[in-house]
Write a protein that binds this ligand. Structure first.
Ligand code: ADP
Ligand code: MG
Length: 242
């Protein structure tokens, strides 16, 4: 069974059609990298998966649950999808450990002791065991983003969504975040990653989507599409990002 299924999805903002009749399936363990020009609909594509945006036509099924389901089903669906944003979005008044514990305690009903143990393990996994009592303001951008990844993993999602997770970081801090994402991928997590990091797409991605004007213009193997772009649009795009 696919983890994500888009069925003829149309998303509009007013008159602006941002997702234009998209159908596709994402299977377990796929690492789908999404690229495309600014405004092509990449963030909207991700945000529709965990119902941060609502769609006008079609359906999206996530782990068997429809984005058009009842409020209770939508809450359950959201717990299947961990999301990491460009701007980290950590709670500034909570420590790294408390940020990671928050979801399990408040949305999964896990008791604090167990949540703390699991949060410590996750922070160790992203290399931040020694920083767990620091507040976001005391951490570098790369460290904050690694906390954000640990926080998303803490709810034990079936799927991880990343929206340009390294775009706000200085180049020297990107690597540590990409490394953690690679580790997560290698553990078999299903991932959808919007990024301009073509090296990551090539090395870690199992599939590349090129979005253009609200459509999936290309869908294939990263190495093939990047080495041998089949369309002028993709060639033009790649010249701008690489
Ligand atoms: P990308 O992430 O590829 O840059 P987005 O998904 O953010 O693209 O945006 C796609 C289009 O949808 C753009 O034309 C953008 O202006 C529009 N859009 C995005 N979010 C909103 C919103 N909340 N309200 C109105 N228009 C929006
Ligand atoms: Mg975007």
């Amino acid at each position: 069974m696919s983890i994500v299924e888009f069925r003829n999805v149309v998303k509009r903002f007013g008159e602006n059609t941002v997702l234009d009749n998209i159908s596709l399936n994402i299977d377990p363990h796929e690492v789908v990298v999404v690229v495309g020009p600014s405004g092509s609909g990449k963030s909207t594509f991700l945000r529709c998966i965990n119902v941060l945006e609502t769609i006008q036509e079609g359906d999206i099924i996530v782990n068997g649950l429809s984005v058009r389901g009842t409020p209770a089903q939508v809450r359950e669906l959201r717990r299947e999808a961990g999301m990491v944003f460009q701007q980290f979005n950590l709670f500034p008044q909570l420590t790294a450990l408390e940020n990671v514990m928050f979801g399990p305690v408040h949305t999964r009903g896990v008791n604090r002791r167990q949540a703390r143990e699991e949060a410590k393990e996750l922070l160790a996994k992203v290399g931040l065991e020694a920083r767990m009592d620091h507040y976001p303001g005391q951490l570098s951008g790369g460290q904050q983003q690694r906390v954000a990844i640990a926080r998303a993993l803490a709810i034990k999602p079936r799927l991880m969504l990343f929206d340009e997770p390294t775009s706000a970081l200085d180049p020297e801090l990107r690597f540590e975040v990409l490394k953690v994402m690679q580790d997560v991928a290698e553990e078999g997590m299903t991932m959808v990653v919007v990024t301009h990091e073509m090296e990551f797409a090539r090395r870690v991605g199992s599939r590349l989507l090129f979005m253009d004007g609200g459509k999936i213009a290309e869908d294939g193997l990263p190495a093939e599409l990047l080495s041998n772009p089949p369309s002028q649009r993709l060639r033009d795009f790649l010249q701008h990002v690489t």
